[in-house]
Design a protein around this ligand. Sequence first.
Ligand code: THU
Length: 126
Amino acid sequence: MENEELISIAEKAMKNAYAPYSKFKVGAAVLCDDGSVYGGCNIENSSYGATMCAERTAIFKAVSEGKRKLKKIAIVSVTNDVTYPCGMCRQVMNEFMPDGCVIMKEKSGRIIEIKVSDLLPHAFLL
Ligand code: THU
């Protein structure tokens, strides 16, 4: 799948973001090794700590459908610019896509691609 297509699936997923507290809507789309794709959005809660990020929503949807090897994840946000994943999402990416990469679209429209291992060097391992 082309990066553009994965980004547009993330943009579609962002439309379902539930972010009444921060107003910061995020969308993600994860590509699995079998070619399947899962979208996700952030889901906030009045008890803020119960909020789920878009990236983990997408990854957990894939994993709960039996997928274990994820290749690529697209992230978009209301900023229409690059939004880097939070630390907890990086650790979850390391679990299911340690050799994978993250793609994000700059304001200019250019898509950048960064390895998960570059986003989370020296990741925690059991
Ligand atoms: N958020 C994400 O969905 N992904 C990230 O990587 C960082 C933050 C969401 C969580 C919360 O709903 C809002 O952005 C503001 O933190």
